[in-house]
Design a protein around this ligand. Structure first.
Ligand code: MGD
Ligand code: MGD
Ligand code: MO
Length: 768
């Protein structure tokens, strides 16, 4: 079907994992990282094999049962075959179904939360497109709030410190760390594989270099993690392999040593914080009879008491950075380690000092620790949403399974709406959501699932109407973000695959059928929108008196370096300088070590100060291992799982699970064996790699291998490829934030001696 592409010179493009140029040579796509990037990501290697892979969706299709019987609840989703239809017919069907649902149930019957990363590029950003479309052409949609990344901290940080982005993104920079930090207490590490990625694109990967510079200067890195490789070798870290999910206890042990030995910064606590006395009563055991001493902590977190106490003594009085990976709060009671990390930092008195303080999420993505871009970056305007109902993003299955049921969120009692139509563009819930078997049941309840996808993900396979869309390389866009100084002209590198269309063109076609085309497009085609978005940045530059190329000159040059702000420590730096003139936007204007607001909500699972709360999902005799389901090194989430780099790291076609030699020996598992991971919720296969980089009792299976049910007709099929979300639990972090708890769960692992089922996740489904 496709012609061999003719040779073309390299042209600029951008992705969430780096800026690059790409061109065709002898029929092959050649991808070259941006020459200014000191540490490019190998994930770029997923592009060449992906464009024309069999996993791409070539034409619009409709699920047979939906086409023949019309919309309605159906457990045939994910089990049925598909029927190809013309674009005309597909767009007619979607428009008519949107009109039906809106007419009968109102826009409250449509869920357009559509969480997901899609691709870099300000214009073709799928979430912006779908939200704008639903607002402008349908009158609104039930939305989702917060993220899978930071579900708990999105809610707790504003109560205790201030706005999430202002606190996490722009206070402590990698430049400060390289030059000034003396000790880094890295909870969950700062893995280079993770900071390879930044939403909207990243032109320079600086993290490895900054850690190497700090280490060379004598800075000390302490890694608290079940995995040894969560910091790069360049950091020269000491590894404290704690039990997963126990950081709050360990930090309480550190804090107890500080408090009982008078090493805490009382002047800082008095001047900049509220609630310390109340917290101290808990810490010392005055309020509950249990002193949270180093030996108390040791029994929970598995780190020797002496090591905890010694660390506390060694760190006090030093320029100390407490960094914390998102991962810690993607777990039951995930609010607690975040809050406790903030309190520990306050006790050390380090907020707002260069290279010191609380580096929430620093190193977990490439857009933390960067200076802010000083001019605006244009984005697609979203319009007004006529629906007020929303869910915390990870409550999707709860919502679909329990229409009308009440739930708690951040001091509010809300009700799950009654959803009939779900519209997804740019995300993969069968990648990101927990307890996939439950998610399948949830999607069986609705009338219609519409999905725009580039490739045959499990989400597309569970849809009723699948609309094929272009990959980023097949269209023009502009990449830019507030944390990267390079604005990139993303040139088109390849022709669209099959009949694929841009999300924008698809939405424009449906809006036309709903009589709302002019409202959606404002009369612009994609090119006109790019010029419109560029004008925003150009105006910002002109206002600063900076000579600005016109759009055509920018496009031809391929990139534009933008000015960045001074590195002044953000709102925490200003607060440190003068807490009266620059109070934090918390109720007290200070750091809230105890929060009267949160206490007032009366949630037992999130009390008014950080606390150690016992968990419901911990290893037991039947499921004695912790599984860490962390981010994959070889790709971004599930994107381009079929790409060359990602595919090359699989063994016998399966995702690799790491296991400690002692745990492997006890199960007669050898290097490269296929294993079955299971618990009460589900089971999957993976290939075993034996490694001492894990704490014993912990296995690691990263996310992102496409869900591949051995028998799609079964209720709880075995995933033969290695998607850990068949195992994870679908419960909220607490009633406060209702964030995802997907990072950790209890499992058993055994050698798989049966006949090895083939992996078919990348083959198109029947009829497509
Ligand atoms: N167990 C467990 N689960 C987790 C996590 C964990 O730690 N453990 N981490 C969570 C986190 S932090 C996150 S952010 C989520 C990520 O979850 P997602 O963001 O949903 O994952 P992606 O694989 O990035 O999904 C993006 C999808 O968009 C598609 N796409 C790309 N470009 C376009 C486009 O232009 N248009 C359209 N229509 N589609 C496009 C891709 O093919 C891909 O299927 O996963 C979460 N899930
Ligand atoms: N290559 C790559 N990079 C990515 C992504 C990707 O998919 N691929 N996704 C990006 C996204 S959207 C996000 S939100 C970030 C996520 O950033 P994170 O959530 O920080 O990333 P993870 O890799 O899930 O977890 C980091 C490490 O935390 C450790 N950990 C897990 N549980 C615990 C615990 O209880 N205590 C301690 N101390 N450590 C623990 C694990 O060893 C794990 O390797 O990553 C981003 N970067
Ligand atoms: Mo994320």
């Amino acid at each position: 079907m496709d012609q061999t592409p003719t040779d073309t010179p390299p042209r600029p493009h951008s992705s969430h994992w780096g800026v690059f140029s790409a061109g065709w040579q002898g029929g092959e796509l050649v991808v070259t990282p941006h020459p200014g990037d000191p540490d490019p990501s190998a994930i770029l290697g997923n592009f060449p094999g992906a464009l024309r892979h069999r996993a791409r969706i070539a034409r619009p299709v409709v699920r047979r049962g939906w086409l023949e019987n019309g919309p309605g609840p159906s457990d045939r989703r994910g089990r049925d075959e598909f029927v190809p239809v013309s674009w005309e017919k597909a767009l007619d069907l979607v428009a008519a179904e949107l009109a039906r649902v809106r007419g009968k149930f109102g826009a409250e019957g449509i869920f357009g939360g559509s969480y997901g990363w899609s691709s870099a590029g300000r214009f073709h950003h799928a979430q912006s497109q779908v939200h704008r479309f639903l607002n402008k052409a349908v009158g609104g949609y039930v939305r989702s709030v917060n993220s899978y990344s930071a579900g708990a901290s999105n809610v707790v940080i504003p109560h205790i410190l201030g706005p999430f982005e202002a606190i996490a993104r722009h206070c402590i920079t990698w430049e400060q760390i390289a030059a000034q930090t003396e000790v880094v207490l890295a909870f969950g590490g700062m893995a280079i594989r993770n900071s390879a990625v930044a939403g909207g694109g990243v032109s320079r990967h600086v993290e490895r270099g900054a850690m190497a510079a700090a280490h060379a200067r004598g800075a000390r890195f302490v890694l608290f993690s079940p995995l040894r490789d969560d910091l790069p070798e360049e950091a020269g870290a000491e590894w404290v392999p704690l039990v997963p999910g126990t950081d709050t206890a360990l930090m309480l042990g550190l804090a107890h040593t500080l408090a009982t030995e008078g090493l805490h910064d009382r002047a800082f606590l008095d001047r900049y914080c509220v609630g310390y006395p109340e917290f101290e009563a808990y810490l010392l055991g005055r309020s509950d009879g249990v002193p949270k001493s180093a030996s108390w902590a040791s029994a929970i977190c598995g780190v020797p008491a002496e090591r905890i106490a010694t660390l506390a003594r060694e760190v006090a009085g030093r320029r100390c950075l407490v960094s914390m990976a998102h991962a810690l709060q993607r777990a039951e009671h995930g609010e607690q380690p975040v809050w406790m990390g903030a309190v520990l930092t306050a006790m050390l008195g380090q907020y707002g000092l260069p290279g010191g303080g609380f580096g929430y999420a620093l190193g977990t993505l490439g857009h933390y620790g960067r200076r802010r871009v000083a001019v605006p970056i244009g984005g697609l305007p979203q319009g007004e949403n006529g629906v007020s109902a929303f869910i915390p993003v990870a409550r999707i299955s709860d919502m679909l399974l329990n229409p009308g049921a009440p739930f708690d969120y951040n001091g509010q009692r809300l009700t799950y709406p009654d959803i009939r139509l779900v519209y997804w563009a740019g995300g993969n819930p069968f990648h990101h959501h927990q307890d996939i078997n439950r998610l399948r049941e949830a999607f069986a309840r609705i009338d219609t699932l519409v999905v725009h996808e580039t490739a045959w993900t499990a989400t597309a396979r569970h849809a009723d109407i699948v609309l094929p869309c272009t990959m980023t390389l097949e269209r023009e866009d502009i990449a830019g973000s507030t944390s990267d100084p390079l604005l990139v002209a993303m040139h088109r590198i390849a022709e669209p695959h099959g009949e694929a269309r841009d999300d924008y063109a698809i939405f424009a076609g449906i809006a036309d059928r709903l009589g709302r085309k002019a409202e959606f497009t404002e009369g612009r085609d994609a090119q006109a929108w790019l010029r419109h978005l560029y004008a925003r940045t150009a105006e910002g530059l002109a206002a600063r008196g900076i000579n600005t190329p016109d759009f055509d000159t920018f496009w031809e040059a391929g990139e534009l370096e933008l000015p960045v702000e001074e590195d002044t420590g953000g709102i925490l730096g200003a607060f440190r300088c003068d807490p009266v003139a620059n109070p934090l936007p918390t109720p007290s204007g200070r750091i809230e070590i105890a929060s009267a607001t949160i206490a007032g909500f009366g949630y037992a699972d999130c009390p008014g100060h950080p606390a150690w709360l016992t968990q419901g999902d911990v290893p037991d005799a039947a499921h004695p291992l912790w599984i860490v389901a962390n981010q994959p090194a070889t790709r971004l989430h599930s994107q381009l799982d079929f790409g060359t780099h990602s595919a090359a790291q699989k063994r016998r076609d399966r995702e690799v699970m790491r296991i400690h030699p002692a745990d492997a020996a006890a199960r007669d598992i050898a290097e490269g064996d296929i294993v079955r991971l299971f618990n009460g919720r589900g089971a999957c296969l993976a290939a075993a790699a034996i490694s001492k980089a894990l704490r014993p009792g912990v296995v690691q299976l990263s996310t992102g291998a496409w869900y591949d049910p051995e028998d799609p007709q079964a209720d709880r099929p075995l995933c033969v490829h290695g998607n850990p979300n068949v195992l994870t639990r679908d419960v909220g972090t607490s009633r406060l934030a209702q964030g995802t708890t997907g990072q950790l769960t209890a499992v058993q692992v055994e050698r798989f001696d049966g006949e090895l089922p083939p992996v078919r996740a990348w083959d198109p489904p029947a009829g497509a």
